[in-house]
Design a protein around this ligand. Sequence first.
Ligand SMILES: Nc1nc2c(c(=O)[nH]1)N[C@H]1C(S)=C(S)[C@@H](COP(=O)(O)OP(=O)(O)OC[C@H]3O[C@@H](n4cnc5c(=O)[nH]c(N)nc54)[C@H](O)[C@@H]3O)O[C@H]1N2
Ligand SMILES: Nc1nc2c(c(=O)[nH]1)N[C@H]1C(S)=C(S)[C@@H](COP(=O)(O)OP(=O)(O)OC[C@H]3O[C@@H](n4cnc5c(=O)[nH]c(N)nc54)[C@H](O)[C@@H]3O)O[C@H]1N2
Ligand code: SF4
Ligand SMILES: [Mo]
Length: 643
Amino acid sequence: MLTKTTACSRDCPDTCTLVVEVDEAGKATKLRGSADDPVTQGFLCERTSRFLDRQNSPERFTTPMWRAHKGAALEPVSWEFAMDLCAQRLLQCREQSGAASIMHYRSGGSLGLLKQISELLFETFGPVTLKRGDICSGAGEAAQELDFGVCDSHDLFDIQHSKHIFLWGKNIHTMGPHLLPLLMKAKQAGAKLYGIDPVRTRQSGLVDHFIQPNPGCDFALAMAISWTVLEHPPQPHPQTYCDHYEAFGKMVRARSQQEWADIAGVCLAQVKVLADALCDQPACIQVGWGLGRRRNGGATIRALDALAAISGNLGIAGGGVSYYFRRRGAYDCLQLGGLDVAPRSFSEACLGQEMLAAKEPLVRFLWVTAGNPASMLPDSESVRRAFAQVETVVVVDTHPTDTTDLADLVLPTLTLLEDDDLLGAYGNHYLRVSQPAVAPPGEARHELWIWQQMASRLGLGDLLEGTPQDWKQRMMGRLNGVGVGLENLARGPVLNPFAEKLLFADRHFPTPNGKMQLVFQEPSFPSTNGDFPLLLAAFSTPKAQASQWSVAPPAIPVARVHPSSAGGLQHGQTARLETRLGGLTVQVQCDKSLHPRLVLLDKGGMLRLGGSPNSLLPAHETDIGGGASYYDEPARLSQPPLE
Ligand SMILES: Nc1nc2c(c(=O)[nH]1)N[C@H]1C(S)=C(S)[C@@H](COP(=O)(O)OP(=O)(O)OC[C@H]3O[C@@H](n4cnc5c(=O)[nH]c(N)nc54)[C@H](O)[C@@H]3O)O[C@H]1N2
Ligand SMILES: Nc1nc2c(c(=O)[nH]1)N[C@H]1C(S)=C(S)[C@@H](COP(=O)(O)OP(=O)(O)OC[C@H]3O[C@@H](n4cnc5c(=O)[nH]c(N)nc54)[C@H](O)[C@@H]3O)O[C@H]1N2
Ligand code: SF4
Ligand SMILES: [Mo]
């Protein structure tokens, strides 16, 4: 029995250090969280604790698989055949229709930095068509960049200095549980915790005050709180470091405090609790990612930034608005490619419709890496239709998905236990490496190898030359300069030496004029109507990482709804869940923990597993940042039609 150490590259804020037990046959037999990693603290989340079933699953792709024609089954082929086919078709498309007829779509199946090398390949060969915006955190990042000039966070351990900790739309137990030990410690030391979420998640048992606002109405809640905070300006006065202070105040007072509280669905006593806490510095706001995935998502995050600014919680230990950690900041990423603006791009949030509408030229070749857009993007039926029309769809993945079901060619790659890569985290400032704990099965290959095979066939010479280790080394320049080498990272997590413990310490912001930018325009709020009285949302489940399930989901997707909103449907009953875009057969689960306006599915449903919530969601971008508004669609539950 051998013990290997690596890091988890899943799209999760924590980036845990994993300890893998490997038997004599080279098979991973046990997985646990490293006790030596100050964030991982010896435990893993539910979904990755069960990862070995996925790792050792017979469904795994172990050779390239080719579909001779649309509608045929996937059949194994050699790498030689697969790579030659890709190269021949890529060259043909570029010659006949221009590089814009080729699209490369990459998502977050692995957060390894070397995964970005595919972009270098495609921009050198093309540049080809790319996605624009970011469905996940686009709105929130754009909001913080506008307000602060940068989207980054206080050191994770800075919360030990907070008197008050706001968990604003952050489902920690499910999505990235390694903040929990820190919160418990802070609580023991006397900090007060506040949870703000339309779903009474497990977190409600941890916090001192739990507030359940109307979904998508946090901006209004922030304005109600601002009413009180503006009456007690901190020293130094926020006007000295914020732009638009008066316009902000005017917007706040354009409605009475009661009116804002009514929009938010919160009583004034609760507003007072939150306002008092913010005025008793230091208070920090830990912002979840779900909040931003609404049409008013950017404005919502900006309102939280504003709350911290006007209450004097910026630039102090134990304060701040922590949303996203700059995970690539320490590495030299420029050489990995990545265009700011592609000659042609499609909005990621509206990918299906934009691809279908694009004519000059048509997309003839689509290359998907590390994502399952056919299930996970809004209006997934349009995405599927658009993909089905593309002459050649190539997908690099480890396991079957709705997207590989549409692929002409599937290329097998490595799982997080086999990978060799460099990682930064978006939920803490530690740097880590993944290093192979087990060998890949069959002919699965490191992505870098795949890109190199393509580069040599596409006439790009030695553009991508080097082993994964060489590439990691190339990105370590700045770190080497301060005495941090790859060998340090290989031994365990290293705190990013360039990350500041707290942001904006002198209340100077990297904005064009050095001041924090306060939001001053009220957005719209999600609305329902008589036909569709509920709001449909699909939030993370502990049982899956997006569409990668650790436990098979129920054959009929479960729709949770507050009993008062079930319209007479009984717990356990089969029903129809409908939006203006379509319908899905679901099993109703009555659940008092939900806000009565919500109907909730699990994020990660796939057509091949009974249906995706995204087949019911029209595609809309968020107000800024090109995010996807996943949680704003009015829906209804009704009796299923008689057979
Ligand atoms: N188990 C599991 N973990 C995951 C993932 C997964 O699929 N499964 N996905 C990963 C990914 S892709 C990401 S981006 C991250 C973040 O993953 P997310 O799923 O985005 O996690 P949260 O930001 O915690 O967002 C969900 C929380 O926000 C709340 N919320 C939704 N709308 C509102 C609102 O209008 N107001 C307020 N106050 N709260 C709201 C939800 O009720 C929920 O508790 O986590 C990762 N972690
Ligand atoms: N309705 C609804 N839809 C949502 C969300 C929601 O809250 N509600 N959340 C959205 C969010 S926040 C996100 S980030 C997206 C997530 O959507 P995606 O990024 O598409 O996530 P996954 O479904 O996990 O697909 C990742 C794929 O990458 C594969 N993979 C794993 N490791 C590797 C690797 O090293 N290389 C390659 N090439 N592939 C690998 C996995 O097997 C998996 O099939 O979904 C979005 N969709
Ligand atoms: S998914 Fe997140 S919480 Fe789970 S093991 Fe990976 S990094 Fe840790
Ligand atoms: Mo995400």
